[in-house]
Design a protein around this ligand. Sequence first.
Ligand SMILES: NC(=O)C1=CN([C@@H]2O[C@H](COP(=O)(O)OP(=O)(O)OC[C@H]3O[C@@H](n4cnc5c(N)ncnc54)[C@H](OP(=O)(O)O)[C@@H]3O)[C@@H](O)[C@H]2O)C=CC1
Ligand SMILES: CC(=O)[C@@H](O)[C@H](O)COP(=O)(O)O
Ligand SMILES: [Mn+2]
Length: 360
Amino acid sequence: MRRVIILGSTGSIGTQALDVIRANPERFEIVGLAAGRDSEGLAAQAEAFSVDETALGADDAERLVRGVEADVVLNGITGSVGLGPTMAALESGATLALANKESLIVGGDLVKRVARPGQIVPVDSEHSAIAQALRAGEASEVRRLVLTASGGPFRGRRRAQLENVTPAEALAHPTWDMGRVVTTNSATLVNKGLEVIEAHILFDVPYERIDVVVHPQSIVHSLVEFVDGSSIVQASPPDMRLPISLGLDWPNRVAGVGRPLDWTTASSWTFEPLDAEAFPALDLAKVVGRAGGTFPAVFNAANEEAVDAFHDGAIRYLEIVETVRRVVDAHEGAEDVNRETLADAEDWARRTARSLIAAR
Ligand SMILES: NC(=O)C1=CN([C@@H]2O[C@H](COP(=O)(O)OP(=O)(O)OC[C@H]3O[C@@H](n4cnc5c(N)ncnc54)[C@H](OP(=O)(O)O)[C@@H]3O)[C@@H](O)[C@H]2O)C=CC1
Ligand SMILES: CC(=O)[C@@H](O)[C@H](O)COP(=O)(O)O
Ligand SMILES: [Mn+2]
């Protein structure tokens, strides 16, 4: 029986994790639940799963992780506030099933230094796919990682056709049903930028050997190309319960957690290059990832502010990435990267983004 703490239990990842656990009560026991503000939803979950330990807010989630013994902590919180809980989970010795990519991107080396090998199991679908494919060969045999991108709701549009797109249109993801921030990030391709940095940190592969290809069906979740020219792809219908279940009990598979592909009817999988002019976020993220230090934290914090401003009607879609670029361009970086300098850089990025947005 695996003792599980779920952080972000009321969200998209959290509720799908509860589905997995509800269907496998002999395998998983929930020992802690945490949400942001939805106290009623959290209380209902605690009652349904007979959980004594609950938390509201990121600091309280961190306290819960430090105080409750668990085998695995699933971090399904949205945003860089997930960093404290991520560090707490790693310091507790539990396996960290990581959906909250922001904490890895912001924390970078800091997170890597605390984690023992294999302690972080990626839940993000692309990184779970790569982790599964990497079991087919040695690290020294990997030539490149290829992350797939759905292309989001605006795939195929030129930059000029993106000027007046609305928040409602940005939230109409073609293949996944996810929370507001990650869905918006998929529409700007910031999500894929964050995921390239995430892949670099998780798998120690240099940026020049991490590619992105647009695959609108979201069936091939990513692939690893090996030195002999063989590519191992991981494919399944888009359903996060599969990578979540692997995160909860890596490397064991949970029977019946997802439905398989149907090979009896005609279907096609297509792949196309990304239009970097229409969607400049990926190239910007690579620059930021290569710069390292506090730059990824600044990129992410500015984006979180810009996404909120877009949904509040304060800026337009194209201004999300433009704001992030201007904040990144103005950043000077910090000599020493630690929790304090990271927090300072994030605060600075949020303030700078907000003043750029207010002054437009
Ligand atoms: N959804 C998906 O399919 C995928 C998500 N991810 C990543 O997983 C993470 C979660 O995404 P998703 O589930 O879609 O997001 P949601 O917005 O659906 O859920 C976010 C969860 O985090 C909680 N939360 C928000 N702020 C805080 C806070 N300050 N302290 C504690 N908890 C907080 C929310 O609580 P409350 O309900 O109370 O606000 C909610 O439970 C993100 O990092 C995302 O990028 C990655 C791949 C796929
Ligand atoms: C399901 C998942 O992992 C998301 O992060 C997904 O990647 C979003 O889809 P795109 O960013 O490819 O549109
Ligand atoms: Mn993903």
